[in-house]
Design a protein around this ligand. Structure first.
Ligand code: ZN
Length: 227
């Protein structure tokens, strides 16, 4: 176990060590129901330690609700069995220009504080032989977001998967998100947000990258003008 000061430093810097989510080898040996039962017990202990009276009607169901929410909702994306099927199709239209899926909702959690990360992902690729159903991109983002995450890793995991299924390098993933651990604790900055941008292939060319950024930017200006 690292000393407490080092633990704080890692948390506040949101330091990530690997593209893969660090998992134990036996991460999925237990069933979801078994995990929910165990987490329920552990969380009841945390609540008791905080001095909360679990016999109160309002609190008595909280450990179960908390455990179920963790396993089935917030962190369902840890389990590979929940990964969406990324069916791809032959590029029959021979559309070979940039395809952008933007304003995809990001609902994630910071792995250092287990607090929400919320924002948007904007993703583009330049198809060759294969195309992917548009909603599959949203589903892939949702899957990787529902893990304890760091934003950089989330961007990379999405990028690498799309490159793999489409068999191309030409993918860009941009995420803008607010981190509750920055806005509600620590520095308590309510206004700042974090942008990560990962890309490869054609998007290494500034002209192509700027085309993407321009479209994303224009959309932002449009939506703020409309609201
Ligand atoms: Zn955090």
């Amino acid at each position: 176990m690292k000393d407490k000061e080092q633990i704080e430093i890692i948390g506040d810097n949101h330091f990530s060590t690997n593209v893969e989510t660090p998992l134990t080898t036996n991460a999925f040996v237990k069933s979801d129901d078994e995990k929910i039962g165990n987490i329920q017990c552990h969380f009841a202990k945390i609540m008791e330690e905080l001095g909360l009276d679990l016999t109160d009607d309002s609190l008595s169901g909280t450990p179960y609700r908390f455990a179920k929410m963790y396993v089935k909702e917030l962190f369902y994306g840890l389990d590979p069995k929940n990964k969406p099927k990324l069916s791809v199709f032959e590029n029959k239209y021979q559309y070979k220009k940039m395809l952008i899926e933007q304003n995809i909702t990001i609902d994630s959690s910071c792995e250092h504080h287990f607090l929400p990360i919320t924002g948007h992902a904007h993703i583009a690729y330049i198809p060759k032989d294969k195309v992917i159903g548009l909603s599959k991109i949203n589903r892939l983002v949702d899957y990787y977001a529902h893990r304890p995450q760091v934003q950089e890793r989330l961007s990379l995991q999405i990028l690498k998967d799309l490159q793999g299924v489409l068999n191309i390098k030409d993918v860009i993933v941009m995420i803008t998100a607010k981190h509750l651990c920055v806005s509600s604790r620590g520095i308590k900055d309510k206004e700042s947000f974090t942008t990560t941008i990962e890309y490869d292939g054609e998007f290494n060319k500034p002209k192509i990258r700027n085309e993407f950024l321009k479209i994303i930017g224009q959309e932002k200006i449009l939506s703020s003008a409309l609201n």
